[in-house]
Design a protein around this ligand. Structure first.
Ligand code: FES
Length: 191
């Protein structure tokens, strides 16, 4: 899980919090080359950091500290400034998704139909806190805004599948199916 404190002042300087995730960052040379090309395209332009960070997120899927450092060094911008941007705008994702990613809608319609309890149940069942990822990268959980399926409240998605009108007792067996399938796929890959 990511450990982010808040930036704080120390003798007039902004100090970066520890933003390393417990799931190791793995980037390929192709991804690094793509990011460098993006940086070169925008370097020197006013407001370059936003488009570069958006494209960096498309390349890597999220913006871990390692990618933030590459952007900061490439654009010659302080890392604290880059961190300030990625932590301020909700469009930026700071940690990877797990092999099984569960998103629980916490919009009003879902919330009044028990989405909060469902989120707690899922966190307890998977040993993964909301907004986090397990140390082995198998599960991540996210609380989302309304996804536009209010008639099906409470709604959650697992990977790309949408589930609605679920009772609390129905959810754990469904999640277990995904976890077992992911484990079987992993075992098959290792054979
Ligand atoms: S409030 Fe959950 S889908 Fe709209």
């Amino acid at each position: 899980m990511i450990k982010i404190g808040s930036t704080h002042e120390k003798e007039g300087q902004i100090v970066m919090p520890n933003t390393k995730t417990s799931v190791p960052f793995v980037g390929t040379t192709e991804q690094a080359a793509k990011l460098q090309a993006v940086i070169q395209r925008h370097k020197g332009q006013r407001g370059a950091s936003m488009p570069v960070l958006q494209e960096a997120q498309e390349i890597y899927g999220y913006l871990p500290e390692e990618v933030q450092v590459m952007v900061a060094e490439g654009l010659d911008i302080p890392l604290t400034e880059i961190y300030g941007i990625v932590s301020f705008y909700s469009q930026f994702i700071l940690e990877p998704k797990g092999k099984t990613h569960i998103a629980v809608c916490m919009g009003t319609a879902c919330y009044v139909r028990g989405a909060g309890d469902i989120l707690d149940d899922i966190a307890n069942h998977t040993c993964c806190k909301s907004g986090g990822i397990t140390d082995d990268g198998s599960v991540s959980i996210e609380a989302t805004r309304c996804i536009g399926a209010c008639g099906l409240a409470p709604v959650l998605t697992i990977n790309n599948d949408v589930y609605g009108k679920l009772d609390r007792g129905q959810i754990e067996p469904i999640i277990d199916e995904y976890l077992e399938k992911a484990k079987a796929e992993e075992a098959a890959e290792q054979e």
